[in-house]
Ligand binder design. Sequence first.
Ligand SMILES: Nc1ncnc2c1ncn2[C@@H]1O[C@H](COP(=O)(O)OP(=O)(O)OP(=O)(O)O)[C@@H](O)[C@H]1O
Length: 242
Amino acid sequence: MLCLEHISWNTPEGTPVLRDVSLEIPDGKLVVITGPNGGGKTTLAKIVAGIETPLTGRILLDGEEITALDVTQRARKGLSFAFQQPVRFKGMTVRQLVELAAGERGLTEAKLCDILSRVGLCAREYVDREVNSTLSGGEIKRIEIATVLARHTRLSVFDEPEAGIDLWSFASLIDVFQKLRGTLSGSLVIISHQERILQIADEIVLVSNGGVTEKGPAPEVLPRLLQNQVLCEACPNQKEAD
Ligand SMILES: Nc1ncnc2c1ncn2[C@@H]1O[C@H](COP(=O)(O)OP(=O)(O)OP(=O)(O)O)[C@@H](O)[C@H]1O
């Protein structure tokens, strides 16, 4: 289980972004974090990844404090992330990147194909391409999601997997997440605004204005979100934004 205790974070200019966030991410569950733009969801994910350091609070993984660990040390503990703005791994081929993620050299074409087809990419066309600007944003995003899927980690976090992905790939991704949920030993967290992703959640957490304003089992929280009661309370401009 991942526990966040009293996490706060300010921008470099000192503007509060996260205010005293406490949250438990249980094992074996698909937890979807949602909420209005700018509420603090990605910042929370960056703090869990070790990219940002919290101003206050601590992070525990299975009871062990990991607050002081850097990104690499946390990755070794089994935390992996697919961010909204994917990182580009200059000079590496797709094959090398997936092998690195899977921790296995010399993956067979069949295995590579299995991993890449989950995100709607045909392995044969992609494996020997370099991960650089010749790939589209959507392709890079899908490759990054594939690397997280390949790792089978303790905690996997996907930040807006729907962003920049076409409808067909998105539909197969939902399928992948659903299958993952059925075989989960660790935790699976998806940050999303998409109703179709909220529908497959076990638990939903609403992050708004730097705090957790709602959390609970999806069957209880989702109807309220869909009726817009919760989102509207949390974000008065939500209706206008939609
Ligand atoms: N390094 C930074 N410097 C300045 N402001 C920042 C920084 N990081 C985050 N913010 C601000 O913190 C707020 C929360 O950003 P964050 O990306 O966590 O929101 P979010 O809930 O993920 O939003 P979205 O749904 O739009 O992806 C935003 O107002 C953002 O501009």
